[in-house]
Ligand binder design. Structure first.
Ligand SMILES: CC(C)(COP(=O)(O)OP(=O)(O)OC[C@H]1O[C@@H](n2cnc3c(N)ncnc32)[C@H](O)[C@@H]1OP(=O)(O)O)[C@@H](O)C(=O)NCCC(=O)NCCS
Length: 146
């Protein structure tokens, strides 16, 4: 059984462990902690009693930015990422947010497929934005009109 609720300070250690397991280039712990607080709408997904994933989203007036989305590799491909984004968009709509923005590596086909299936559109591209083991790669800037 899966439940979505607000990410709490008591979740940060486990959430950060998911961050390091799921991303090839994880945030530092300091960056993770600085992306919490009243400007953020951060959600947690619990599956079978365990923290399984999270979404980190900053809200500024009527715009929001998804800064991070991660599902523990042990729980991926069970609909948790989709459920986190669906709950997030509902909560943003309730706050009268009109646009949700995000950036994603152009090689991250799993995430891009998820975002496209939820009607995000590619808006622009930041050239050579992310490091890779062999150089740099572009970021796709995507937006969802709520
Ligand atoms: C991207 C991520 C959050 C998806 O989470 P998830 O819970 O596994 O995704 P879901 O099970 O909800 O999948 C929803 C859809 O996304 C797409 N998708 C997810 N994983 C995929 C994969 N490995 N390959 C291809 N498509 C994939 C599919 O369209 C899928 O729908 P389907 O299962 O009906 O085919 C997860 O893979 C992850 O944490 N990746 C590492 C961190 C990351 O890249 N975050 C995004 C940064 S912008």
């Amino acid at each position: 059984m899966m439940t979505i609720s607000s990410l709490q300070p008591s979740d940060w250690a486990l959430a950060y462990a998911i961050e390091t397991r799921s991303h090839a280039y994880p945030w530092s712990e300091q960056t993770f902690q600085s992306n919490q607080g009243e400007r953020f709408l951060n959600l947690r997904a619990e599956c079978d009693g365990q923290l399984a994933g999270f979404a980190i989203c900053q809200v500024v007036l009527d715009e929001a930015s998804l800064f991070n989305l991660a599902v523990d590799p042990a729980f991926q491909r069970r609909g948790i990422g989709r459920q986190l984004l669906s709950e997030l968009t509902e909560q943003l709509l309730a706050r009268q947010v009109t646009t949700l923005w995000l950036e994603v590596r152009e090689s991250n086909s799993a995430a891009i497929q998820l975002y496209q299936s939820l009607d995000f559109n590619e808006v622009s591209r930041r050239r050579n934005y992310y490091p890779t083991p062999t150089g740099r790669e572009d970021a796709l800037l995507m937006a969802l009109v709520l």
